[in-house]
Design a protein around this ligand. Structure first.
Ligand code: NOJ
Ligand code: CA
Length: 552
């Protein structure tokens, strides 16, 4: 069976400003990435997803794009970009770039033009401008709130208001305007012509909006979890017409370019984004939201595999990315009535003091969860630094925080800087080999223990575990998954083709392993017993389980 490369790829996300700095200005850059391609090749990933590298004032970490067809001069040049692509490809690593179509930055040429033009002008029609309410129009057109906090509308000097579902520096584009649509097709071709293999589509569920007035008050907006396409701002059915156009562009190339949607929608609607005549793949954040619990993992894995099978889309798995508290930290925080995300946010807000983090337990579980994820059929998305077992930096002082989520929420949310601290490459200061200079976010002293250099010397390090697992994963078949009969509710055991077993022990007790060869384990097995909070891959002989369908 022919399988497209992206249906079962291990994809490594690079947040470029925090990966590797080649010119000593404290900011990671494209040449830094190029210099680390041997590291990525040794890690064994199939593709890189590069977060935005475009010119940007960094009002939202680069997700505020000034120019979609250029490189931020602080990160390099188009020539540097070409060299990076060439070097990745020479190492057999594909490149997926982030594209941000829901909003541009307020420094985009179009927005400057809109501000300099009059009400009702074509320049304003590229964005969403409306008159205000109240006798003098001094109140926003609606009471909608932006995702980062505060009103979703900002007033401009002539009295009109523009919509921004994120920061005010991120005006939402008007996707009813053919000029906006065409310009993005030009951008997709621009990067595809430069040999980019695919696109990660930011806020893919946001582009189409129904802005017929009167606007519904926020309290009357449908719950997105139930919305079924009825929400005026998110996950509207018409959004897929846009992606059909994009698919036509992707298919102009050989091989066709791939795309993966960031679609924060109800799981039952996610599949629309992953349709073959649309973007082709969508992130599944269900595991990322799960608590450390065999039952939660089982239910979510099963639901997603059934969804993938019935819709013929590839499954995707994510445990960490640049928007959430790192999974080593999440799993080291105690379970409460709150969701794991809420617990992690509270911990961050307390500067990493409450509730108490057990870093060793968190890392042990994180390694087990990753090994489980890497054994599942589908694509696995990894976030830079997780292969080192990095924890979230919980105690960044307020005065270094960059995330608009912190500032716009008046400090009631700490934001996402703690997972964006530059990577430690060596165990000595300054900046642990990231840069010759002070990094743009400060690294804690404990990063030394997690540095690449330190972990390369230690055969039991997290890095070595990732390398072993990723190398073995290339031998795993893309298809076939069966749950094994397992009488312990706190153990997950499944079989992949060729007698390949994955056993994940979520319990605090050791459990017996199936008979066979242990290929890799997240902590060493003792006397044929799988230790607590550990996952192992075992090859059993004389068996060819796992070829069958998904079973509940
Ligand atoms: C999702 C991105 O992952 C996040 O970092 C960003 O803030 C928002 N989209 C807005 O672009
Ligand atoms: Ca630099």
């Amino acid at each position: 069976m022919h399988t497209d490369w992206w249906t079962d790829a291990a994809v490594y996300q690079i947040y470029p400003r925090s990966f590797a700095d080649s010119n000593g200005d404290g900011i990671g850059d494209l040449r830094g990435i190029t210099s680390r391609v041997p590291y990525l090749a040794a890690l064994g990933v199939n593709a890189v997803w590069l977060s935005p590298f475009y010119p940007s004032a960094l009002a939202d970490g680069g997700y505020d794009v000034d120019d979609y067809r250029a490189v931020d001069p602080r990160l390099g040049t188009l020539d540097d970009f070409d060299e990076m692509v060439w070097t990745l490809h020479a190492a057999h690593i594909k490149l997926i770039i982030d594209i941000v179509p829901n909003h541009s930055s307020n420094r985009h040429r179009w927005f400057t033009e809109a501000l300099g033009s009059s009400k009702g002008s074509p320049a304003r029609e590229r964005y969403i401008f409306r008159d205000g309410t109240g006798p003098d129009g001094s109140q926003p057109p609606s009471d909608w709130q932006s995702i980062f906090g505060g009103s979703a509308w900002t007033r401009v000097p002539d009295g009109q208001w523009y919509l921004h579902m994120f920061a005010p520096e991120q005006p939402d584009l008007n996707w009813d305007n053919p000029e906006v649509r065409d310009d993005f097709l030009t951008t997709l071709r621009f990067w595809s012509d430069r040999a980019v293999d695919g696109f990660r589509v930011d806020v893919a569920h946001g582009l189409a909006k129904d802005l017929t007035e009167p606007f519904l008050p926020a309290a009357h907006l449908p719950d997105l979890a139930e919305a079924d396409g009825a929400h005026p701002l998110w996950d509207r059915d018409e959004v897929h017409d846009i992606y059909t156009e994009w698919r036509n562009v992707f298919d102009e190339y050989d091989p066709p370019r791939m795309a993966v949607a960031e679609a924060c929608v109800h799981p039952t609607r996610r599949i629309r984004y992953a349709r073959a005549d649309g973007l082709g793949q969508a992130f599944n954040f269900d595991l990322l939201e799960a608590a450390w619990s065999a039952e939660e993992f089982r239910v979510r894995i099963n639901a997603h595999l059934v969804e993938a099978e019935t819709s013929a889309a590839s499954a995707t798995w994510v445990l960490s990315n640049h928007d959430v508290v790192r999974h080593a930290t999440r799993y080291g925080l105690p379970g409460t009535e709150q969701t794991p995300r809420e617990v992690a946010m509270a911990w961050l807000l307390s500067n990493g003091t409450h509730p108490r983090l057990d870093p060793a337990l968190g890392l042990r579980r994180a390694k087990a969860a990753t090994l489980l994820m890497l054994a599942l059929p589908g694509s696995a998305y990894l976030y830079q630094g997780e292969e080192l077992g990095l924890h979230e930096v919980g105690d960044l002082p307020d005065n270094v925080l960059q995330d608009p989520e912190f500032h716009r929420s008046n400090g009631t949310r700490k934001g996402r800087d703690g997972c964006r601290v530059p990577i430690p490459w060596s165990d000595h200061e300054p900046s642990f080999g990231f840069s010759e200079e002070t990094p743009h976010l400060p690294q804690p002293a404990w990063f030394a223990t997690y540095a690449v250099q330190a972990e390369e010397r230690d055969p039991d390090s997290t890095l070595e575990l990732y390398r072993r697992a990723l190398a073995l994963r290339t031998k795993l078949s893309s298809h076939g998954f069966t749950w094994a009969d397992e009488d312990r509710p706190d153990v997950l055991h499944f079989i992949r083709p060729g007698g390949w077993h994955c056993v994940a022990n979520f319990s605090p007790e050791p459990v017996s392993l199936p008979r066979g060869t242990v290929l890799v384990a997240s902590s060493p097995p003792v006397d044929d017993q799988l230790p607590p909070e550990t996952t192992a891959w075992i090859l059993t002989s004389h068996e060819s389980g796992g070829g069958g369908d998904v079973r509940g």
